[in-house]
Design a protein around this ligand. Structure first.
Ligand code: AMP
Length: 613
């Protein structure tokens, strides 16, 4: 592996890099730096965020820039204000020992006159967002006729954000003799169009696998019905008490809703999206950078400019519409040699979206089970114990109270004391999760992923279990208990198993409705099933259980009306199910964090989260 010196950089730049802790070049730096130093051929580079691409394009430009010339020699376009500021800051750091060098960042949402004054002083490199750059060009305050380098950073994102016209305009006004360096994590058709129309025989370089997530990222997914999405999110946060991550939502509204729920439930969370003012966004980003916030709920666009290296998790609350956006999201963790986890929470119908992503990232998603209450409690309890162990006691502060405390606790031995303190801290958590239901979607086996019809998928997204294939070998049963009796698929399977109908009997489709439910079992045991429930006089949550054989529903049936074979009795279920969903959008209404009064986790007040109405 080469060093920065081998790549042809001058000692002043290398000194700055050493101070920044850059010991060795990354792959993209190793490929791009010597190429741009040696040749003015255009360059098309596949590179993710987090691969060191900023240095890959800035260092060779700094190496070649004319420090005695105060005209703009390089223009770097980036999709967001935050990224532009970050790039300019990096360039400032790289150029610490380059005398006479100046860089400026120009971006919207900020006073244009201040930026014009900076430009008037003379700068060699301008980093700008497309909109503000075009604005300054039109006002004739930014002159690009001496530009030798044009960098398009995150070209795919700029196009995604609708900056096509602005890019065209900047490309038009820069001299034909310039060298264009285009960096993109993905190469959709629009980026290729730019490369074709505005680049001259570009050399293509790849850093690592094209479009792939970094090797440091593990990709996991959880399958839950839509109504369980938020409760599952909370459990994922609870099983990872040290989480420092971004939760990606698809819309501003969803972002705000999820953030509000988390704040209400006592999590250290806040939202970041385009409807907030720039000042609000800056505030949230600063809190997140300083780790005052553990969880940031964000839209793709708003999170673009956030440069944070040590994220433990990226959570796709909903998968993005475009596969490329997933690579951008997941690329925000596992950076700068640390490891990270990218999680997708998917409904049964959304599982089909995983395969195309796997093809792009070149990795398989690992299916995870939403943790149950017991696992979470164990994890949180151990975390609490570790905290007690590691806590530094301030002797001088508490010494004056110790004699009274000793006196009051006299008679309690060590074991008793431990039990009481732990209970005090932990009881609300334990009781919250005591009867926690299984949130995993149990309606489908692992291997039928992606085999559903479109119609089946849409049904799946409604959290119902009607889209599965009609199995000839199954009988369908009606059971007179449902969601209102706290029945869920796991409990129903348990109930069936308890009847000991036959060893390893196969259970098929399960449909839980408000006040009754349906299940399928191996046809060979039809009579035995009905007989077993009758004989055992089964009781569930105080209700006598009645099981009847019912007609198999036909493919495509909406399932609103079922007729038992017994005597023409009909059961209506759909309306009730929907109204229940409307009134109770999230399954686990309260959080152990919000219920806690003794300071486990952090309360809303001391957390300082910003609320939005
Ligand atoms: P980038 O892809 O340019 O956003 O860089 C991602 C992170 O890696 C930034 O925090 C950089 O400061 C850091 N970085 C870039 N190149 C190197 C290097 N050669 N050695 C150590 N850290 C680096």
């Amino acid at each position: 592996m080469s060093t920065f010196k081998d790549l042809g950089l001058r000692p002043e730049i290398i000194s700055a890099l050493t101070e920044l802790g850059y010991e060795k070049p990354t792959e993209i730096q190793e490929k791009a730096i010597p190429q741009v130093i040696a040749s003015s051929q255009d360059l098309k580079a596949f590179a993710q965020t987090g691969t060191g691409k900023t240095a890959a394009f800035s260092l060779p430009i700094l190496e070649k820039i004319d420090l005695n010339n105060n005209q703009v020699q390089a223009i770097i376009l980036s999709p967001t204000r935050e990224l532009a500021i970050q790039i300019a800051r990096n360039i400032e750091e790289f150029s610490t020992y380059l005398k006479g060098f100046r860089v400026a960042a120009v971006y919207g949402g900020s006073d244009i006159n201040g930026q014009i004054r900076t430009l008037n002083k003379g700068v060699q490199i301008v980093v700008g967002t497309p909109g503000r750059t075009v604005d300054l060009i039109k006002r004739r305050k930014l002159k690009l006729d001496s530009v030798q380098w044009l960098v398009l950073d995150e070209a795919d994102e700029m196009l995604n954000m609708g900056f096509k016209d602005e890019l065209d305009q900047v490309l038009e006004v820069t001299p034909d003799t310039k060298q264009t360096l285009l960096f993109s994590a993905t190469f959709p058709r629009e980026v290729d169009r730019i490369a074709r129309n505005y680049m001259n025989n570009p050399l293509q370089i790849d850093a690592g696998k094209r479009n792939s997530g970094t090797d440091n990222v593990t990709h996991e997914y959880y399958v839950v019905t839509d109504r369980n999405r938020y409760p599952a999110l909370k459990r994922i946060a609870d099983i990872n008490p040290d989480i420092y991550g971004i939760i990606f939502c698809r819309t501003r509204r969803e972002t705000q809703e999820v953030a509000d729920k988390l704040i209400q439930d006592g999590y250290s969370a806040d939202s970041l999206h385009g409807e907030l003012s720039q000042a609000q966004r800056d505030l949230v980003m600063n809190k997140f950078r300083k780790k005052t916030l553990q969880i940031l709920v964000a839209t793709d666009v708003a999170a673009r400019g956030l440069d944070v290296d040590s994220l433990t998790h990226v959570i796709n609350y909903k998968l993005p519409d475009q596969v490329e956006s997933y690579t951008h999201r997941s690329g925000r963790t596992g950076r700068a040699n640390s490891t990270g986890i990218s999680i997708a929470i998917v409904s049964p119908g959304e599982r089909r979206k995983l395969a195309p992503i796997e093809r792009i990232i070149g990795k398989k998603f690992i299916q995870m089970q939403v943790p149950d209450g017991k696992e979470i409690c164990k994890k949180q309890l151990l975390k609490l114990i570790d905290k007690v162990n590691d806590f530094e006691v301030n002797e001088s502060q508490i010494s004056e109270y110790l004699p009274t405390i000793q006196e009051k606790l006299e008679g309690l031995d060590r074991d008793e004391l431990i039990k009481r303190f732990v209970s005090l801290e932990f009881n609300t958590f334990l009781s919250y999760y005591a009867n926690a239901k299984d949130l995993n979607d149990l309606s489908r086996s692992k291997n039928d992923r992606g085999e559903r019809s479109e119609r089946g998928e849409r049904r799946g997204e409604r959290g119902e279990r009607r889209g599965r294939r009609d199995d000839e070998n199954m009988s369908r049963f009606f059971i007179n208990i449902g969601r209102k009796d706290k029945l869920n698929p796991a409990r129903l399977i348990g109930l069936i198993n308890e009847q000991a109908i036959a060893k390893n009997i196969e259970i098929g489709q399960i449909e839980i409705l408000d006040t009754f439910s349906f299940f399928e079992l191996d046809k060979n045991f039809t009579d035995e099933t009905v007989a077993a429930f009758q004989k055992n006089n089964v009781d569930f949550e105080g209700r006598g259980v009645n099981v009847e054989i019912t007609e198999k529903k036909r493919a495509g049936s909406r399932g609103g009306k079922r007729r038992s074979s017994g005597g023409g009795k009909s059961h209506r279920g759909q309306g009730g199910e929907r109204s229940e969903r409307r009134s109770k959008p999230f399954g686990e209404d309260r959080s152990p964090k919000s219920m806690n009064t003794s300071g486990f986790g952090r309360s809303r007040k001391d957390r300082g989260g910003r609320r939005h109405s």
